[in-house]
Design a protein around this ligand. Sequence first.
Ligand SMILES: NC(=O)c1ccc[n+]([C@@H]2O[C@H](COP(=O)([O-])OP(=O)(O)OC[C@H]3O[C@@H](n4cnc5c(N)ncnc54)[C@H](O)[C@@H]3O)[C@@H](O)[C@H]2O)c1
Length: 309
Amino acid sequence: MSRHKVTVVGAGNVGATTAQRIAEAGLADVVLVDIVEGLPQGKGLDLAEAAPVVGHDARVVGTNDYADTAGSDIIVVTSGLARQPGMSRDDLLARNAGIVRSVVEQSARHSPEAILIVVTNPLDAMCHIAIQASGFPRERVLGMAGVLDSARFRTFIAQELGVSVEDTHAFVLGGHGDTMVPLPRYSTVAGVPITELLSPERVQALCDRTANGGAEVVALLKTGSAFYAPAASTFEMVESILLDRKRVLPCAVLLQGEFGIDGLFVGVPVVLGAAGLERVFEIELTADERAAFERSAEAVRELVAKLPA
Ligand SMILES: NC(=O)c1ccc[n+]([C@@H]2O[C@H](COP(=O)([O-])OP(=O)(O)OC[C@H]3O[C@@H](n4cnc5c(N)ncnc54)[C@H](O)[C@@H]3O)[C@@H](O)[C@H]2O)c1
């Protein structure tokens, strides 16, 4: 049986940290790709040289040539620009759309059976580009955002109640943006909904902090954005697929009528296994939750409408 192979496109903060996690777990060989010459090679070599100390046998290489990515089981797309001063959201959308289209076309050509995990922002819109550029079925195009947003919510719940993060579960639906929908009713500590453990005001404060989670880190870092939690979240998706764990994780997927939405990538709980998206896990929403979910989907629809043809 051959080893698994994962390509990570973009050897920046999120990409390199994701590569490190995959390699150090011994989950797969990793190919790190970037447009900058020497960057993926240097980080790949550095990660390979950590292997004897960490004690794993995963091979890590860096390259600028997509031929080296051939036969990958999973392609993680983290390449893109962060928003620069003076750059509008729409400029960023157009620039990253061009980057994601180009890297997905090249990597899909060399790994036609791979599963794509998109990380580049604006996430939901980039998933639309990825599915078009690859021609892959929806089962093999997934966006990472919900795992991260839920992890942030879990962190804040655990800190608020002084309990282990391990016993804390959280649900966040919708697009990856200001309109994301944390669901307190489905967010629990040891199975007890947080709505029974905290006042409505505290629940709302934790939901607001979750929706603002990315911006909170950016404001502290001043240059660059979060990458440890995003890389850990991407790793969780990769692991569930390669080990066919069938974890139920919130991911951006192309909805085809589920949750009353058709033809749009939105974050919903899904079963993730060897085939990629194996099932959308539909849950009942109250009228308020449904309205918030539809507002979030509408924000994604507006972004997608602005994508360059
Ligand atoms: N979905 C999420 O929840 C989430 C979380 C964190 C970050 N992100 C997004 O992930 C992306 C990467 O973030 P980062 O912090 O790693 O940024 P970064 O700037 O550290 O890394 C981006 C890398 O992409 C490379 N790149 C640019 N154009 C390329 C191309 N055409 N081909 C190959 N590589 C190319 C750059 O050289 C750079 O090394 C950003 O779009 C960020 O907004 C998303």
